[in-house]
Design a protein around this ligand. Structure first.
Ligand code: CP
Length: 412
């Protein structure tokens, strides 16, 4: 029993700080977007809803140029000088492999020096410092804070903290949300879109299973077009708790005639959440919710209809005892891929997964990795290029990259 019951029940300063931003957090995303910009340029990256199709095209173009320049010595030397006067703090208090390392690599490509706090027990938070004081301290030493937290609204609140500091003439830096609770993972969605952009160009053999066969493919798939519009996207697995799904689905609504199919158990924890369903309906997106790859849509089993498949892991770490009870009644094996299922997919349809995949559950067994449609390792590498493009955009050097690329590469 605690010796300080009253103190245990009173809100912490962290909770009070979050409460302070509640009225701003509760507004619709479209109202918040201008506050996350400066001079009509991206400043803070908090939601995927901040990006429209033109911005995604621009970012993808910048990422393409960075990847080409990174392959040659002169290009590397040019890139590394661009932001060598900047420093970034990677404040990751939730586990991460890809997001952390790809942001660090992206910083290194552009010459940004990085430092990190990954374990708050090594910081002065153990002495009672609030997260908001920690963040403000980071902004004293660094020019950018990239943060992942289990608290859904922490990154957003920190962006408002920075804006308030700015307005009162204090030092303030951009905030990038690298994963916020079960809510959003906007930069994962950027790399997912970038992977789809490259795949649906049908031009590069490394990025597309059918690069040189586009016209041939149209004999069997006459409606097939280049680009992300007019495609059927499937999301399979733990839809309810997947922040990557929420962020990517929001970006896909930027493309015309995109159909979205959720393949998930009919379970309140794992199925699509009401707020996302409502948003899709409000935006007029053609959407289906099914509980199996075999369920027919327009008379065809889902697995054969998909132009792209996004697999996800069942996020067991978030289970509570009642989830465990529900899940025991479900046949979760339906949400795993198999050779048989993959053999029935369209020959050009990429298989994506934000990773990590779960070796115990096996939603994508390793034997599928050799299939040319398996894009997940490329997808993770694309994270480095698109995050470098995002940093270049935030710091306003994207036009320099474009100019150098056209002068030194395209016209060489
Ligand atoms: N996809 C993703 O966010 O991976 P990490 O958790 O390893 O960063």
């Amino acid at each position: 029993m605690s010796s300080h019951p009253a103190a245990d029940q009173s809100p912490t300063q962290d909770e009070l700080d979050l409460l302070h931003y509640k009225s701003r957090i509760d507004r619709p995303v479209r109202i918040k977007i201008p506050e996350l910009q400066r001079d009509e340029r991206l400043r803070h990256v908090i939601f995927s809803g901040q990006f429209n199709a033109d911005m995604l095209e621009e970012l993808g173009g910048t990422a393409d140029k960075i990847r080409v320049l990174s392959k040659i010595r002169e290009g590397q030397d040019f890139l590394i000088k661009l932001l060598h006067h900047k420093r970034a703090m990677l404040y990751f208090t939730q586990p991460s492999t890809r997001t952390f390392l790809s942001f660090m690599s992206a910083c290194q490509i552009l010459g940004i020096t990085c430092n990190e706090v990954r374990d708050p027990t090594t910081s002065s938070e153990t002495k009672g410092e609030t997260r908001f004081d920690s963040i403000r301290m980071f902004s004293s030493y660094f020019d950018l804070i990239i943060m992942r937290s289990k608290l859904a609204s922490l990154a957003e609140s920190c962006a408002y903290l920075m804006n308030d500091l700015d307005e009162t003439g204090n030092r303030s830096v951009p905030i990038i949300n690298a994963g916020s609770g079960a809510d959003e993972h906007p930069t994962q969605a950027l790399l997912d879109i970038y992977t789809l952009q490259r795949t649906f160009q049908f031009s590069d053999p490394k990025d597309s299973p059918v690069s040189s066969r586009f016209e041939e493919l149209r004999k069997d798939h006459p409606d097939l077009t280049r680009g992300l519009s007019h495609k059927v996207y499937g999301f399979c697995g733990d839809i309810g708790r997947g922040r990557t799904v929420r962020s990517l689905v929001s970006l896909l609504t930027n493309y015309s005639n995109a159909t979205i199919i959720f393949i998930a158990p009919d379970d309140p924890t794992l199925a699509l959440k009401d707020d996302l369903r409502r948003r899709l309906i409000d935006r007029g997106v053609r959407m289906f919710e099914v509980d199996s790859f075999e369920e027919p849509i327009d008379g065809i089993p889902v697995i054969q209809k998909l132009d792209a498949l996004y697999m996800t892991r069942i996020q067991k770490e978030h289970n509570n005892p009642s989830d465990e009870q529900h899940f025991a009644q479900l046949d979760l094996s339906r949400y795993k891929l198999s050779h048989d299922l993959v053999s029935r997919m369209k020959p050009y349809a990429p298989i994506l997964h934000p990773f990590p995949r779960d070796q115990h559950f096996g939603e994508i067994p390793p034997e599928i990795d050799d299939d040319p449609r398996a894009m997940y390792f490329r997808q993770a590498r694309n994270g480095m290029w698109i995050r470098a493009a995002l940093l270049a955009t935030i710091f306003g050097v994207d036009h320099q990259i474009s100019r150098y690329y056209h002068e030194e590469i395209a016209h060489a």
